[in-house]
Design a protein around this ligand. Structure first.
Ligand SMILES: O=P(O)(O)OC[C@H]1O[C@](O)(COP(=O)(O)O)[C@@H](O)[C@@H]1O
Ligand SMILES: [Mg+2]
Ligand SMILES: [Mg+2]
Length: 313
């Protein structure tokens, strides 16, 4: 079954109903719906919760905010009680948490509970990013994901997911239900916006040249500092490129392969775009550790191909 254009639907299509038409297991439908439920508590925490620090730091030595810790707990609990999850890893946890041992029919989940959390105190948009694999192995390449999604907590709350058959956007309505707003989102081959992460004076010469190339062709700067809203802009407008390149002193950039890059690369590829670290497609990176980072150029396929040429990939 396919559904009509955004804004033109005669009836609302909710997330569960849409998922049931994707030819995926009942367990996977259940899992995605459970994460969607959890996000309702996360948005509540973002809107009204404590903006202070938690007094702890994560695996990367970054200070955790109370909201990071709370969002992590909300999602983890939901995953554990879903009954369909075996291993869980998150940006805020030091090691893999085993919810159930038996891999049969179960899924493993890697997630960033509150990406961009340092933007909450200035009231900018933040998000949750989720990557799902079949079985218990989380240390495998992103191409093996069976689903990826993000939830964007902006002026509106939206949920974007793919199970490998197109990319679909749902928007939270006044009853806090996710209803279909855009089906089969696709990206154009070329874009005219760019979203560059990291300190520019630390860019390597080839990255600086690439940015000058983008500026030369008339691309507009659009960067909020939140990975989810920045990617959402590129994806929903269908044009543009986001990058968080290697920096002097940080050859692997900042963003994390398991929790941030793989799920976004899966979504963008499913919408007809591309994602590379400069040489290798993000989805073909074989992760060696939970905390692995990589540079990223992600967005319109031609822009990403040009980035690779500049990077010598
Ligand atoms: O401020 P910078 O260096 O451009 O980094 C911004 C990037 O870092 C992040 O905030 C990292 O995510 P966390 O907030 O989950 O640590 C991304 O959302 C964003 O793309
Ligand atoms: Mg993050
Ligand atoms: Mg985070």
């Amino acid at each position: 079954m396919s559904f009509s254009e955004p804004g033109k639907t005669k009836f609302q299509v909710d997330l569960r109903r849409h998922l049931r038409n994707q030819d995926i297991s009942d367990n996977l439908v259940h899992l995605i719906c459970e994460i969607a439920e959890a996000s309702k508590y996360v948005i509540n925490a973002v809107r009204t919760g404590d903006l202070g620090v938690a007094g702890t730091s994560n695996l990367y030595g970054e200070e955790q905010l109370a909201l990071d810790v709370l969002s992590d707990r909300i999602i983890r609990k939901r995953l554990i009680h879903s009954g369909v999850v075996c291993n869980i890893a998150s940006e805020e946890m030091d090691e893999i948490f085993q919810a159930q041992a038996d891999a049969d029919g179960l899924y493993s989940v890697a997630y960033d509970p509150l990406d961009g959390s340092s933007l909450v105190d200035v009231n900018l948009a933040v998000g949750t990013i989720v990557s799902i694999y079949e079985g218990c192995n989380l240390l495998q390449k992103g191409r093996n994901q069976v689903a990826a999604m993000y939830i964007l907590y902006g002026p509106r709350v939206s949920l974007v997911y793919s199970v490998g058959k197109g990319v679909h956007e749902f928007t939270m309505n006044h009853l806090m239900e996710y209803t279909l707003s855009r089906e089969n989102v696709t990206m154009k081959p070329d874009g005219d916006i760019y979203s560059p992460g990291g300190l520019r004076k630390k860019y390597l010469p080839e990255t600086e040249k690439f940015v000058q190339h983008l500026e030369g062709k008339g691309s507009k700067l659009r960067y909020s500092g939140g990975f989810v809203p920045d990617i959402n802009q590129v994806l929903m407008k269908g044009k543009g490129i986001f990058m968080y390149p290697a920096l002097n002193g940080s050859p692997n950039g900042k963003l994390r392969v398991l929790f941030e890059l793989n799920p976004m690369a899966y979504l963008i590829e499913n919408a007809g775009g591309a994602a590379t670290d400069g040489r290798t497609p993000i989805l073909d990176i074989e992760p060696q550790s939970l905390d692995q980072r990589a540079p990223i150029f992600i967005g319109c396929s031609n822009d990403v191909a040009t980035a690779m040429e500049f990077m010598g990939g």
